[in-house]
Design a protein around this ligand. Structure first.
Ligand code: PEP
Ligand code: MG
Length: 539
């Protein structure tokens, strides 16, 4: 048995089996060998067939739901049959290079030739070829493919890190936990684990040296412990602990259906952070009194074109209807930073977290913004919908965003499309300048919601995705608490309210402090709601 330690980011205990999700490139060396060329060709032939089958399967799966994206996979099949590519591979094989090297070198020459073409489209497709190369090498070397959207039962995913698009495609039914080498407490792995309600431990050193595919694992997301191939005694101990915790949770969940009042009689609204429709059931089951943060950018990930107005409208409408009469705060797109969307063809930035992110991007790409605002406004006719702009730094951004909103409202009126004329509009306070200037910004909004994840990263100048800087994730230290107090007071002076929707809102240690600072609403991962309500009732 091996015992590993990491940063605990999503509580709970799971016992399961490791699924190692390696995104790293397969290592290939340039040695020559004496394996007869005919034998190498046979292996290649088999690997090509397997790769084609995999591509064909993806194509079939996508054909109905996303025909445009499916076409790309159809093109991948043609690449594998390209005679120029075959010739290049043969050339390397004839010089006695090992098969993986011959394939890799041939592909790289082929890709380079494509990249030299002038067309942007062809250049983009050249990037796709690296994916085909990876699959082919994997099949030559018999490295199994891990498809996060189709996992075996009782999987505990072991990965370097999970990207937002990995998490969007995840098979939630069969995953029992995450263990990653990278990432901090506010990483996407952490946020997703909490949304699904499964344990996660991040920042585990020497992960891939210690855990192999199929190893039996215990993960304790409350304390950050991971046991590899545990002894029977440890298994028994953790099975009992898990049972105890589950019983406590059950009781808490029953109480969570009711509103939470402090001992002094103040009601604190407890809402859910959601990223997609998949989170709605869990949020309602856990006692969410609405949605305090709907991260709409997840609708835009893992696809080749932006969702249409209709697709967005449907998604927002369902959430509005399911939570009615409770509020649903729809945050407009927060793209940029660590959430990149290749099809938007955005300029590469040296510092994406300090770049054209969120509202900055929407104010540049007005059509994208308008489509989303139209969809949100239309959904507002079906429930209690509010709009929230992310990453506001100065009041001019609110003024400009509201100008676009008013244009969209005018269009809808002209088209006789119903929407809530009195829809409330708020901002995320997640950039220090916004918090420090809350007294001025409050006149332009109906509410504030403090994003402590970004506020902490920007106050301490420390990248929230970098596990080496997790010691600077100090949202309960005085610099952040001062800004929270300042923001809350500014809103109350004008009869408005302030919520917190960063990870801090669901932190048991933070809840009494936030309530005492006067915060009116807390929005968090659904799985944290029952415990949060218990704490509020004890204050
Ligand atoms: C935040 O920054 O605290 C927040 C809630 O937004 P996100 O984590 O989506 O950036
Ligand atoms: Mg944020």
């Amino acid at each position: 048995m091996k015992h590993l330690k990491g940063i605990p980011v999503s509580k709970g205990i799971s016992l399961g089996f490791a699924v190692v999700y390696l995104k790293r490139k397969i290592e290939v060396n340039n040695s020559k060998d004496s394996v007869p060329i005919e034998e190498k060709k046979k292996i290649l032939e088999k690997a090509l067939e397997k790769t084609k089958e995999e591509i064909q399967l993806t194509y079939e799966n996508l054909k109905k739901s996303n025909p445009k994206e499916a076409e790309i996979f159809e093109a991948h099949l043609l690449v594998l049959e390209d005679p120029t590519l075959q010739e290049k591979i043969n050339k390397y094989l004839e010089s006695q290079y090992n098969l993986p090297y011959a394939v890799k070198s041939a592909f790289e020459e082929f890709i380079e030739a494509l990249q030299n073409l002038q067309s942007e489209y062809m250049k983009e497709r050249a990037q796709d070829l690296y994916d085909i190369l990876d699959s082919l090498l994997r099949n030559i070397l018999n490295v199994p493919k891990v498809d996060l959207s189709n996992l075996p039962p009782q999987s505990i995913v072991v990965a370097e890190d999970l990207t937002p698009s990995d998490t969007a495609s995840l098979d939630r039914k069969n995953v029992l936990g995450f263990i990653t080498e990278r990432g901090g407490p506010t990483s996407h792995t952490a946020i997703l684990a909490e949304a699904v309600g499964i344990p996660a431990v991040v920042g585990v050193e020497e992960l891939f040296e210690s855990i192999h595919d199929g190893d039996e694992l215990i993960i304790d997301g409350t304390n950050g412990d991971v046991f590899v191939n545990p002894t029977e005694e440890t298994k028994k101990q953790y099975t009992n602990l898990k049972k105890e915790k589950e019983e406590e949770e059950k009781l808490l969940k029953e109480k969570a259906k009711e509103f939470a009042y402090t001992k002094g009689g103040k009601r604190i609204e407890v809402a859910a952070n959601i990223g997609s429709l998949k989170d709605v059931d869990k949020a309602l089951e856990m006692g969410a009194e609405g949605v305090g943060l709907y991260r709409t950018e997840f609708l835009f990930l893992d696809r080749d074109t932006p969702p249409t107005e209709e697709e967005q409208f449907e998604a927002y409408k369902i959430v509005a209807e399911r939570f009615k009469p409770h509020p649903v705060i729809i945050r407009t797109l927060d793209i940029g930073g660590d959430k990149q969307i290749p099809y938007l063809n955005l300029e590469k930035e040296l510092n994406p977290f300090l770049g054209v992110r969120a509202i900055r991007l929407c104010l540049k790409e007005k059509d994208l913004f308008k489509t989303q605002l139209r969809a949100i406004l239309r959904a507002s006719a079906f429930g209690n919908v509010l709009i929230m702009y992310p990453m506001i730094a100065i009041k001019d951004e609110i003024i400009e965003a509201n100008k676009v909103l008013n244009e969209v409202k005018e269009d809808l009126r002209r088209e006789n499309i119903p929407f809530n004329e009195n829809i409330k509009v708020g901002i995320m306070v997640e950039i220090p300048s916004a918090a420090l200037n809350a007294e001025e910004l409050v006149d332009y909004v109906d509410f504030f919601s403090i994003g402590t994840n970004d506020l902490t990263q920007y106050i301490y100048a420390s990248d929230r995705t970098n596990e080496n800087l997790s010691y600077l994730y100090r949202p309960l230290d005085s610099p952040i608490l001062k800004l929270i107090k300042f923001t809350v007071d500014a809103s109350h002076m004008k009869g408005k309210w302030t919520g917190v929707c960063g990870e801090l809102a669901g932190d048991p240690e933070a809840i009494p402090i936030l309530v005492n600072l006067g915060v009116d609403e807390l929005s968090m991962s659904p799985s944290k709601i029952p415990e949060a309500k218990r704490i509020i009732r004890s204050i």
